[in-house]
Unconditional design. Sequence first.
Lengths: 247, 502
Amino acid sequence: MLSTLKNRFEQGYKTTGYPKTKIELVDRYRGLPEINKDAPSEIIEKCASECPQEAIDAKRKVIDLGRCVFCGGCERLSEGKFVKFTQNFETSTATRDHLFTDGNLPALAEHSKQHFKKLFGRSLQLRQVSAGGCNACEADLNVLATPFFDLARFGINFVASPRHADGIVVTGPISKNMKTALMTTFEAIPDPKVVIAVGSCAISGGPFRGSPEITEGLDSLIPVDLYIPGCPSHPLTNLHALLNYFK
Amino acid sequence: MKTGFLKVSNGCAVLRSDIPQLSFGDFRKNTLNIVKEGGKVIHFFAYKKDTTIKLLVVLRTTELLMAETDAPESYPSFTNECEPFHLFEREIAEQFGIKPEGHPWLKMVRYHPNYAGKPDVFGNDYTEDIPGRYNYYKVEGEEVHEVAVGPVHAGVIEPGHFRFNCIGERVFHLEIQLGYQHRGIENLLTHIKNKRLPIVIESIAGDTTVANATCMAQAVEALTQVKTDKGSQIIRTIALELERIANHTGDLGALSGDVAFLPPANYFGRMRGDFLNMTLLLCGNRLGKGVVRPGGVRFTIDDEINKELLRRINELEPQMQHVINLLFETPSVMARFEGCGKISPDDAEKLGFVGPAGRACGIQYDARREFPTEYYQNIKIPEFNEPTGDVYARARVRADEAMQSIRMIKTLLENKIETQPVDFGNFDLAPDSFVVTVNEAWRGELSHCILTDEKGKIARYKIKDPSFHNWNGLAMSLRDTGISDFPLNNKSFNLSYCGFDL
């Protein structure tokens, strides 16, 4: 018992004050990209052709955050002249086309499905389905339950049964072998329900585009309400998305 | 060589024309002999060469030995004489339709049609997309019942199916069916543009990002004659050890949670986040995606980052030690851990365990010690001295390794680390070549093999996750145990579903 108490004192209070207090992430973190539309076109073309995810639209001068894995290759290639990745981790959107961005994103809190705030603002129970990903997004969702983020203090929990859930959180590129399990879980959630796609894989197939074993985009199977990009999405990105969408 | 096998070195390319082509009889005889005398299987797979299908094996004794042969339509199973081959033979049957006759448990691995267009060895109908729909081994008896778990599990974890045959609470037999996360990675790697290669490799298994990226980078370096500088070797070693610590910490927390001891569950959970944040500090990604590339690393450790990493790890070291002590000195925890899910050293040998699970059963093999790469030739890797084969041993080995890794990182950060960062790496691979790389990922021996064609394109990319050896260990550990000990055992192994499924 004494040992437990001693450790308790040593560990201290670690919960973040976010969203009340601001958090600054480290320099090397790659969050929302900011595009310089006046960059020379050869540089833009080069970035677009070197992007491993084909996420850069050189004509429209936007990056598709749903395909982007935030590797930072374009930033290094253009030496920051075309794109810079900021430390802004608030990268989530309510529609797929908002993810095609030059650095400006609409305010997530003003999305078009405000009824979800009334329904789930004070208590949101989510069922997570891991549909074939690499487990990185799951790891950064799991960490939301640990003391630093402490998701439960906002009334948000991950539940064991889809019958108890208000919505489904999908990670992974929805492999063929998981499709039926995913759809059955989705159908088991009582209405009204919300669908959240977390990570590049769930939004666009991620690094696995082109493989016949996966599905390119959760929204080709079920309508998605909230898109959280990343590879994996930082836990603060997940937290920001959940708090702004539902509260 | 008496066996006709070729000795290869970890991370050194050879010409495919130098690989010994044995007759199937010699191949089978010599492979079995080497393994019966204590050798272990690193790779055993099939691949297509023009119109033939070949079998390739890489074994390890104190050296790496390899050979090839033409694959027959079917052949007398190796597993009957030597168990470590069991899953490899099933994978060959699934990928290329070659039947191992007399295999004691011939069933699918990842649930997908074979690449050779042959009739399916298992008689599966792939229009049905559930791998779990299978005739599981049933124990007959009036009071025997089956419990099915998954693929959608209670927690936020990867999908897999577990079928228990129980009497009351006691488990007679556990059968595990995976394949739900099969993304077709090995195939994808043979026809994507080079720029995508690191991105796909880093996404095989998120918690093994750095180890997979390192295996790939070493293989590509071997095929492009590129040497990495000392600084990048040190940084890769640091990133690998940070990955090891973060995962072991998370697992210790999960194990604490499973015995309902919440203080360490939460403390370890928070500290895992702190270790991930150290990787974030290094490379901008908590899982280490984007650090390692062929030729070196993309991020340097300058004086400022060095100082900050040291400050953080010095703060965490005593906290980790205290919480570890708290966990293992609590009698109610030990009562759950000790004797639970015990696997005999004999079974562990037969199944070919690797990594911490193996070390917990007395198999001291650690690739960092036996086939050192990066900066490991300058680091002493201690042996584990409590191999009781139960959950306690598997938890204890993790705790010990986490503390050892912390000390390793502190030593590596003592001096200035200088390196030239690389960006994308050179991918003009030598034609008609073969390379195998072996590294000790946090779960155990991870290995990649690349075979290039006459144009220098990747003809076959074979990935072997350490979980490939250990999944059956989980099934074995549940025999005669209470089913309520399943989560504890599962977490004590913490095997990779996605690394296995590929």
